[in-house]
Design a protein around this ligand. Structure first.
Ligand code: NDP
Length: 398
């Protein structure tokens, strides 16, 4: 039984708090800390458990986080604030000797670039301190890496082709909204696409390559090739990969809004001077868009995220598909969140549970595919994300 500190009380933080309180056998006390304390308080009022308390914290300030960790004494910190805070929170964990877990890799605020180099550079320091940092333990990155590790352990001798497919077929009734933090989401989508093939990274213009992909229980949806952070770690950790790609669905309405916003300069991340004050257009846009945590109430439909894999087993070619479908309305009934927050928050809680239950061990900085996938996948369905597999079926891609 251990204490957990959750940092960030947005859409994902809400789900992590609900799930940590549910998993009472592992998490004895839960502290939800965030920049705007009222948000943590409103989540706590909804959960209404004596084991959950809240605090105000600016996690950009390492000394503040160190002081909070020293007074609460958690065994692990779950970081579901923004990627900008990753390094500051890792510094605080190093100083206090506490395990760390996040769901998105570090991005410098003034450069729309996400890669693992900054966080991988902490490996030796975490190792020397005898603590573990689990990187990217949401759904994607997160479960997609664990699905791939499971495929390699139980279904293949060599994985050659990996396509991660991510569909949100839900409808929230808003003309335009993002399902997780709008600033991070729009920075990700407006970047160049990238995929790995035969030892090199191939760059593509943003949203320029798309295919119809048929998703289970949903049907065909237009899916766009994007760079997504788990590609970088999977290419490093899964041997024999010849190609790795990531696909995500977007509606025409979403893409039209995004293009207009880009064309008028609202997705810029460099400051502009407005009435004598510097503002960043994308940050201003975030302030006028709906909060991801507010989308749940009228959300209908499902998400479907999975890995389509082709490779070799016992000298023969084999195909394999592993996926989860998640229903927005069912999530809302359970924890007052939409499925994107839910599919991120459940794995974050479960990754922390793996560390505290002694099922994921080691010291240093690790991506999720480096751990044993079995105990994680054994519990994932029980916490609301059942998974399914199809062996030697037809895949969406050659
Ligand atoms: P939200 O914007 O809803 O929530 C972010 C929260 O972090 C807010 O409560 C915000 O506080 C808080 N925060 C921001 N800056 C600080 C700071 N300096 N100190 C303390 N708290 C801070 O985002 P989401 O909940 O949708 O997403 C959370 C994270 O999950 C993001 O990093 C996102 O990239 C990641 N994610 C990962 C996915 C995956 O599958 N791996 C999928 C979806 C999201 P305030 O309200 O005051 O701004």
């Amino acid at each position: 039984m251990s204490k957990v500190l959750i940092i960030g009380a947005g859409g994902v933080g809400n789900v992590v708090a609900h799930k940590c309180v549910q998993a009472a056998e592992t998490f004895s006390e839960v502290l939800l800390a965030t920049r705007t304390r009222a948000k943590a308080d409103s989540i706590a009022a909804q959960i209404n458990s004596p084991r959950l308390t809240t605090a105000r914290l600016d996690a950009d300030n390492v000394a503040e986080t160190v002081a909070l960790i020293r007074s609460f004494q958690p065994a692990i910190v779950i970081n579901v604030a923004l990627p900008y805070q990753d390094l500051a929170i890792m510094d605080a964990c190093l100083e206090t000797g506490v395990h760390y877990l996040d769901t998105a890799n570090y991005e410098p605020p003034h450069l729309a670039k996400f890669e693992y180099s900054w966080q991988w550079a902490y490996h030796d320091r975490f190792k020397e301190r005898g603590i573990i940092a689990v990187l990217g333990c949401g759904f994607d990155p997160g479960v997609t890496g664990i699905f791939t590790a499971h495929a390699l352990k139980h279904h293949f001798d060599e994985i050659h082709y990996l396509d991660i497919i991510d569909c949100n077929a839900g409808s929230h009734g808003q003309a335009f909204a993002t399902n997780f933090n709008p600033e991070i989401n729009i920075r990700e989508i407006t970047q160049k696409g990238r995929y790995y093939e035969n030892g090199s990274w191939i760059e593509t213009e943003p949203l320029s390559i798309h295919r119809d992909v048929t998703y289970p229980h949903i049907g065909p949806r237009d899916s766009y090739l994007l760079f997504h952070e788990e590609l970088e770690s999977l290419v490093k950790h899964i041997p024999h990969l010849k190609r790795a790609r990531f696909w995500m669905t977007f509606s025409q309405q979403y893409i039209t809004h995004l293009r207009v916003l880009e064309n008028v300069g609202m997705t810029r991340i460099d400051p502009v001077v407005y009435e004598g004050k510097e503002i960043v257009p994308l940050q201003f846009l975030k302030a006028v868009l709906p909060e991801p945590s507010s989308l749940g109430e009228n959300y209908e439909g499902q998400t479907s995220i999975g890995c389509q894999i082709r490779g070799i087993k016992d000298g023969k070619e084999k195909t394999y598909f592993i996926y989860n479908n998640c229903d927005h309305a069912v999530c809302y009934r359970e924890v007052k969140a939409q499925a994107i927050s839910y599919t991120t928050g459940v794995p974050a809680m479960l990754g922390a549970k793996m560390v505290l239950d002694g099922k994921w061990t080691g010291a240093g900085v690790y991506n999720v595919e480096q751990f044993n996938p079995d105990p994680f996948l054994a519990e994932l369905g029980g916490y609301g994300l059942p998974w399914h597999e199809e062996v030697n079926g037809a895949l969406a891609f050659e």
